[in-house]
Design a protein around this ligand. Structure first.
Ligand code: DOR
Ligand code: ZN
Length: 345
């Protein structure tokens, strides 16, 4: 297949940042996707509907002229989030989920939840009003092996949470393990997971091939080959519980190429093209549209997009870097090619 026309996709997990960084990256997503669930881990985090409203305006102002891209906002759950704030979020019409970062789990998660029991009241309220909980599912204790953090979280936090809140809709974000795939497949209704392109295309060897490669460092960290295979199998299985969420997370070059480099891979410049590569690798391009353009919208109770994009099976060169405010942004595949390109790009 040399040409693939699909309903316009949505990105159900995205970091857009703010200010000059936002301005530098939002166009890439807006060119490809109709909507995106925008993560709230700014500094300071988006903890209230008022902050989300202002952030939404900044995103809309940063869009290229004529863009019809729609940002879907999220709130950052803290130990002090109130049920009233959930009501305000529910009523505003542009907040579609509340994000749980276990404190210390990842970039800008220090304001996250330190003890889940402290937010039981808010979670009960979210369950009552039908507000989705989006979870960064990794345990954070220093004694837990970094490669086991997702499995540990599923076993010790998520399983009991599902029992305590049997009707709370939950997205387990950026699924990274075979254990996670098995868990999502067998979970009660109302549980889904997003999958990133990097977790479909790479295993952890990518982080260490020929030297240490900071641009392959993200959280959850890339796992073993059987995990990648299980994720690719899940994404291409036409199971509506698995859908597209890039977790594209731009950081300036100096913050990545550093003695303590931060987590995050920037993939927005070629996001849907990378998923096409992954699906083509197992002869399943026929299932890309459902994964990218149907299942997420259905889970979020939103209408599917109605316009289309076309992908061409032609190599497309990725620049060595992009401007990122005053800094530089190194994209995934910098200086190399991606096997697909957007027809209009
Ligand atoms: O790699 C990551 N980067 N994982 C996250 O959970 C956060 C993200 C970021 O904001 O940079
Ligand atoms: Zn993320």
């Amino acid at each position: 297949m040399n040409r693939l026309r699909i309903l316009r996709p949505d990105d159900w997990h995205l970091h857009l940042r703010d200010g000059a960084a936002l301005q530098a990256v939002v166009g890439f997503t807006a060119q490809r996707f109709g909507r995106a669930i925008v993560m709230p881990n700014l500094k300071p985090p988006i903890t209230t509907t008022a902050l989300a409203r202002a952030y939404r305006q900044r995103i809309l102002s940063a869009l290229p002229a004529g863009s019809r891209f729609e940002p879907l906002l999220t709130l950052y759950l803290t130990n002090s989030t109130t049920p009233d704030e959930i009501d305000r979020a529910r009523a505003c019409g542009f907040i579609h989920g509340v994000k749980l970062y276990p404190a210390g789990a990842t970039t800008h998660s220090d304001a996250g939840v330190s003890d889940l029991e402290r937010v039981y009241g808010v979670l009960a309220h979210m369950e009552k009003v039908g507000m989705r909980l989006l979870i960064h599912g990794e345990s954070t204790g220093p004694d837990i092996d970094v490669f086991d953090r997702e499995s540990h979280f599923i076993d010790t936090v998520l399983e009991p949470l599902l029992v305590r809140f049997p009707r709370l809709p939950i997205v387990l974000e950026h699924l990274s393990t075979a254990r996670g795939v098995e868990f999502i497949r067998g979970a009660r209704p109302g549980i889904a997971a997003t999958i990133t392109p990097q977790h479909l295309l790479h295993n952890r060897n990518a982080i260490f091939s020929g030297g240490i490669r900071p641009h392959f460092y993200c959280l959850p960290i890339l796992k073993r080959e059987p995990d990648r295979e299980a994720l690719l199998e899940a994404a291409t299985s036409a199971n509506p519980r698995f859908f597209l969420g890039t977790d594209s997370a731009p950081h300036e070059k100096n913050a990545k190429e550093n003695s303590c480099g931060c987590a995050g891979m920037f993939t927005a410049h070629a996001a849907i093209e990378l998923y096409a590569e992954a699906f083509a690798s197992v002869g399943r391009l026929d299932r890309l549209e459902a994964f990218a353009s149907h299942f997420g919208a259905d889970f979020y109770g939103l209408p599917r997009n109605t316009d289309h994009i076309t992908l061409l099976n032609e190599p497309c060169m990725v620049p060595a870097g992009y401007l990122f405010g005053d800094a530089e942004l190194i994209p995934y595949r910098a200086g190399e090619t991606v096997g697909w390109r957007l027809e209009s790009a």
